[in-house]
Design a protein around this ligand. Structure first.
Ligand SMILES: NC(=O)c1ccc[n+]([C@@H]2O[C@H](COP(=O)([O-])OP(=O)(O)OC[C@H]3O[C@@H](n4cnc5c(N)ncnc54)[C@H](OP(=O)(O)O)[C@@H]3O)[C@@H](O)[C@H]2O)c1
Length: 271
């Protein structure tokens, strides 16, 4: 979508916590031009070519970023966006804040050159996230391409045209890593119930979840159901477990209900 060989133009990153730092690390690897970062506490390494400001008002008015990335918690967004609204110039605003809609962002930042809302997830910390993005109507193709490149530094990127789909996206991939961590927790607990020592139970649970995830990533042409069937011998141990898990009232029903609850909660929280 964009020329990934060219350096990334100067950015204004607002909020350098878990997500902001993960994305910044990816952009630095990709050749980010000297940029400004706004965060009340984060420190940059001494050798960094970027500058840090404790609030948006401290960024020099002469600094013209190509994109402003909002990686702050939604609860502090109003104050931060007020401080930013006069400084955005023609930049595109890329917000990764959960629940902040394009219309709410446009209201707070009426002069933004373009607006993109994205939902990443925590594996972004190791460049293995998946983000889903949606742009408002006033966003140019070049602004969209820049945001695509910025998000790609944290992993896979998908675009949707219908913003309403971001509620289900939030439920599936935004919150999804927590469900996988829960699976690792439950496997570890069940292993101990069967008498395995805690450290072995932990290693088996973690490595099984991580290894199965790595197989899904390594073999994209094989769907999950095929991989599952391939390890299920007739009347074997896996089948004995799957007959319990796949009973309609067990995993299938719990998963549908969980994703439905998260999607509804995402709709309730939107502003
Ligand atoms: N983590 C996820 O899995 C995930 C997934 C999808 C989307 N998101 C979204 O990503 C955003 C950031 O999440 P996160 O997990 O990275 O949160 P985080 O670790 O709390 O990072 C937010 C950072 O913003 C700083 N900050 C607070 N007020 C600020 C202000 N006025 N101006 C500039 N910086 C300010 C915070 O500093 P202090 O700590 O000193 O307050 C903190 O360093 C959230 O909106 C969240 O909805 C997160």
């Amino acid at each position: 979508m964009s020329d990934s060989k060219a350096p990334i133009p100067p950015l204004l990153l607002v909020g350098c916590g878990r997500m902001g730092q993960a994305m910044l690390a990816g952009w630095n690897k990709d050749g980010l031009a000297p940029s400004w970062i706004v965060d009340p506490e984060t420190e940059l390494p001494k050798a960094s070519q970027h500058r840090i400001a404790r609030s948006a008002g401290d960024v020099p008015a002469t600094f013209q970023p190509a994109a402003v990335i909002l990686a702050i918690k939604p609860q502090v967004a109003e104050q931060a966006m007020r401080a930013l609204s006069a400084r955005i110039g023609n930049a595109v605003v890329l917000s990764i804040m959960a629940g902040r809609t394009l219309s709410g962002l446009r209201e707070a930042l009426p002069n933004a050159g373009g607006l993109v809302r994205a939902m990443p997830n925590t594996p972004a910390a190791i460049g293995r996230g998946v983000s889903v993005a949606v742009a408002d109507r006033n966003t140019s193709a070049s602004h969209r391409a820049l945001c695509d490149r910025l998000l790609r530094a944290a992993g896979t990127v998908e675009w949707v045209e219908d913003e309403a789909q971001l509620d289900a996206v939030t439920a599936v991939s935004g919150s999804g890593p927590a469900y996988v961590f829960l699976l690792a927790e439950l496997l570890e607990k069940a292993a101990m119930t069967q008498g395995l020592p805690p450290s072995l139970a932990r290693t088996l649970a973690r490595e099984t979840v991580a290894g199965a995830g790595a197989l899904l990533a390594a073999w994209p042409d094989q769907d999950a159901a095929t991989l599952r069937r391939n390890v299920t011998s007739p009347n074997g141990t896996t089948q004995a477990a799957l007959e319990v898990l796949m009973r309609e009232e067990n995993w299938p029903d719990a998963t549908e209900k969980a994703i439905d609850a998260a999607t509804r909660r995402s709709r309730e929280l939107a502003s």
